[in-house]
Design a protein around this ligand. Structure first.
Ligand code: SAT
Ligand code: MN
Length: 591
């Protein structure tokens, strides 16, 4: 590391310490000994419960403050001089207001605590796409999580020596009061302040704050894409591999899809990432993707040997469980685990709990933090410095109706429109009502660090630079039938949809041209042996022009928020869609 670069870090750490007043400073090296020391400290304090060492070696339970259990989007701000720079979908605070309102909360906030200096690397070591961040935090739990989620310590400093710029994160638990909780992003200075929360995306600043909100701005400025996407490789029985990046809102099954075990014989899926994807145009005209993270922070409830066997296998060692329930034999338990809780269960708040109780034992947003290397399906591509070439981008949401199981956009520009207008029912990953339909463009609504109208324009611009752009698809696993039950079995069976997608990429299969895009011919969707009726397939693939015309009204209201800043290409796409739907609706009524 050069002297200047080192000085820049030391000066910054000193100045933050002088203000936040920790009683001591610890520079993290990311070693196992360091982790063991922190674990022992938290255990002694009663904050970390070691689990059954035979069945869950080196696994722990952590219980967060009951008022601090999910991302708080209303307390998350993009701090730019100009409000329009943040755009109509972000909460905005001017840097001067942040200085007068939030900065004072940091004064002395670490007194009596240790300040940890956590250097972390986002992306594969040796990759020119990888970036360094340094998070200052007074939470041992955060340090332990960062150690799993990123390449932390020496590896980061090593990368820093050749590329000496870094994202600066200051995090303090403060008094954990929701009234004094703020997560502020300063894209201009690549700085993050987070106070008052110790949970997930609010506190592990590498994740949503750095790898998405700040990185999306860097990506805009430098010509790449920082996205809320999983990355997987799918190999067909002939041995051809395609890499797919897929965006779904939080808690909509990204981790399940990324770790999928195919039910179709001869097919293989490997996991490159489950949440975040940085994509760069390559010299070959393709998009190349790296996973900036090294671990998963997944939703526990609903994870079982049926829904995600690979995750269950990964969750047996080196795991931090947060807000799950605890069985008498010191093993973790959650709703939808498919195992018996037994008699004496302790709920996520440490209270006695009995089967059949009204309240769930695990918090609906209970999480596991686990290294990706634990996952049986992890692909070696995860460590490739150039990343993996992306053949298809998939958007998806949780929709009970309207949206078919899968469709393909006509081209990149139409695909950007599909991503920009996608919507999903809200989940427990953020505080607020669950099950409410909201627009969530590219699943980036809570994570885009700048005006989303400019973000759409940036997507269009990146597409123009790609000689071989990925094809763009939209999927919906959550459509229900007249009896309100899911029509599609999901999970491992989703390989059937991935199969169609790769066949489209290889131009091995035709499709029906509908007003919204290319939809599979019923015969082309391989449902053999899945126990899915042809009636269900018909309902899953149905495109109802009337319902879609309603949908376009919702999209229009949403896109209208961006006023003149919306790229004209998206306005054109919207108009063309409405025309196609009107024509289809006329055809239906006259036939
Ligand atoms: O808490 S996190 O933001 O890291 C998880 C999520 O919402 O995807
Ligand atoms: Mn996520």
């Amino acid at each position: 590391m050069t002297r200047d670069a080192e000085d820049a870090i030391v000066d910054w750490v000193k100045s933050v310490a002088a203000y936040t007043k920790p009683y001591t400073i610890h520079w993290c090296d990311g070693t196992e000994q360091e982790a063991h020391r922190l674990e022992a400290e938290l255990i002694a304090r009663g904050s970390l419960v070691p689990l059954n060492t035979e069945r869950f070696p080196h696994c722990f339970l952590y219980r967060s403050d009951p008022t601090d259990v999910a991302r708080t989007e209303h307390l998350t701000f993009i701090c730019t001089n100009d409000r329009d720079e943040a755009g109509p979908t972000n909460h905005w605070m001017s840097p001067s207001e942040a200085t007068s309102r939030v900065w004072p909360l940091l004064e002395g906030c670490m007194s009596g605590r240790t300040m940890y200096v956590v250097p972390y690397l986002m992306g594969p070591p040796g990759s020119r796409y990888s970036r360094v961040g340094i998070q200052l935090t007074d939470s041992e739990y955060v340090v332990l999580n960062l150690r799993v989620m990123t390449r932390m310590g020496r590896e980061a400093l090593h990368h820093f020596s050749s590329s000496p710029d870094f994202v600066r994160g200051i995090h303090s638990l403060g008094d954990l009061s929701p009234d004094r909780r703020y997560i502020c992003h300063f894209p201009a200075t690549r700085t993050i302040w987070s106070i008052g929360s110790g949970y997930g995306g609010n506190a592990l600043l590498s994740k949503k704050c750095h790898a998405l909100r700040i990185a999306s701005v860097q990506a805009r400025d430098e010509g790449w894409l920082a996205e809320h996407m999983l990355i997987l490789g799918v190999t067909n029985p002939q041995g051809v591999t395609h890499y797919i990046a897929a965006a779904f809102p939080s808690a909509c099954g990204k981790t399940n899809l990324a770790l999928l075990i195919p039910t179709l014989p001869g097919w293989k899926v490997e996991t490159i990432g489950d949440d975040i994807c940085w994509m760069h145009p390559g010299d070959d005209g393709r998009l190349w993707a790296v996973n900036p993270e090294a671990g998963m922070f997944g939703v526990a409830p609903g994870t079982s040997t049926k829904t995600n066997p690979n995750a269950m296998r990964a969750l047996t060692r080196d795991v931090i469980f947060t807000n799950v329930a605890l069985r008498e034999d010191l093993t973790p338990w959650w709703e939808g685990m498919g195992e018996d809780p037994g008699e004496a269960v302790v709920d996520w708040q440490g209270r006695p709990w009995r089967k059949g109780a009204a309240e769930p034992a695990a918090h609906p947003n209970a999480r596991f933090t686990v290294p990706l290397r634990n996952c049986p399906s992890v692909g070696t591509g995860m460590h490739d410095p150039p990343g993996v070439p992306i053949s298809a981008i998939v958007f998806g949401g949780r929709r009970a109706s309207v949206t078919p199981l899968v469709y393909e956009a006509f081209d990149w520009r139409h695909g950007v429109y599909v991503g920009a207008t996608m919507a999903s029912e809200t989940t427990a990953a953020a505080t607020g009502a669950v099950g409410v339909l909201r627009n969530d463009p590219m699943a980036m609504l809570p994570f885009c660090g700048y005006n989303m109208a400019d973000y759409f324009a940036h997507w269009l611009a990146v597409g123009r630079r790609l000689a071989r752009p990925p094809r763009i698809f939209h999927v919906n696993w959550f459509r229900v039938g007249p009896d309100d039950r899911f029509l599609w079995p999901g999970f491992g069976e989703n390989i059937r949809v991935l199969k169609w997608i790769t066949e489209r990429v290889d131009e091995n299969v035709g499709a029906e041209r509908t007003p919204i895009g290319y939809v599979p011919y019923e015969d082309d969707l391989d449902i053999g042996g899945a126990g899915i009726s042809l009636t269900a397939v018909g309902l899953l693939l149905d495109v109802d022009p009337e319902l879609w015309l309603e949908e376009t009204k919702r999209s229009e209201a949403f896109l209208g928020k961006f006023a003149d800043r919306l790229p004209p290409a998206l306005r054109d796409e919207h108009r063309a869609l409405v025309q196609r739907l009107l024509a289809a609706s006329r055809r239906r009524s006259t036939s």
